[in-house]
Design a protein around this ligand. Structure first.
Ligand SMILES: [Fe+2]
Length: 199
């Protein structure tokens, strides 16, 4: 199942993705697979993390946009090909559950609260639109500046922020315990002002 879902996600995504979408999502896909492996998730969940990392923002594509709430538009778009689990993860990623409540939008997908969902949120919220890995604090500051800290999207991040920081701390602990097996190009972003460390 798992190899198939990643291949299908790639077909779906690269058929319509702009270079800007690729810059962000391809890195998140790679990092999500790597983080999932680091957390010892099973092979299916590692590939699921990579697949959903790739398509999580597909609702921003011109061809996919419908309601304008990209998490919902993306979920509707991916469901026929990638199934309801991926659709649910896309629909609820990075605080979308709370943002949808604020905006009065119904998300007709169950919210999965799992390691896979946490990995997706973590990787999205530690990767800039350019694809550069960055600390959670810097990423949140970047989102606040671009969207406005008082708007629903940035405000909704507060509902998942403790989980993002907890996974960040957990990964730092795992990397500290295991200096071997570094993956080139993948990093656990360090806090502001600290030197970066390969992951
Ligand atoms: Fe994203």
């Amino acid at each position: 199942m798992s190899r198939r879902i990643l291949a299908d996600a790639r077909s779906l995504f690269y058929a319509i993705a702009t270079p800007q979408m690729v810059a962000h999502a391809a890195v998140i896909s790679s990092r999500a697979g790597e983080v999932a492996a680091r957390l010892d998730l099973d092979d299916d969940d590692q590939d699921l993390c990579a697949a959903v990392g790739l398509v999580h923002d597909i609702g921003k594509a011109e061809q996919v946009r419908d309601t304008g709430f990209h998490q919902l538009d993306g979920a509707v778009y991916v469901e026929p090909t990638l199934g309801p689990r991926v659709a649910g993860l896309v629909a609820h990623h990075s605080g979308a559950s709370t943002e949808a409540l604020m905006r009065g939008i119904n998300l007709p997908y169950p919210r999965e609260q799992s390691d896979v969902a946490a990995v997706l949120d973590y990787c999205d919220l530690t990767t800039l639109p350019s694809g550069r890995p960055i600390s959670p604090e810097e990423r949140r500051a970047d989102i606040d500046v671009r969207h406005g800290a008082d708007t629903p999207g940035p405000r909704a991040l507060g509902s998942i922020w403790a989980d993002v920081l907890a996974l960040d701390a957990r990964l730092r602990g795992l990397v500290a315990q295991s200096p071997s097996g570094l993956a080139p190009g993948l990093e656990v972003p360090d806090p502001v002002g600290a030197s970066s460390r390969s992951f």
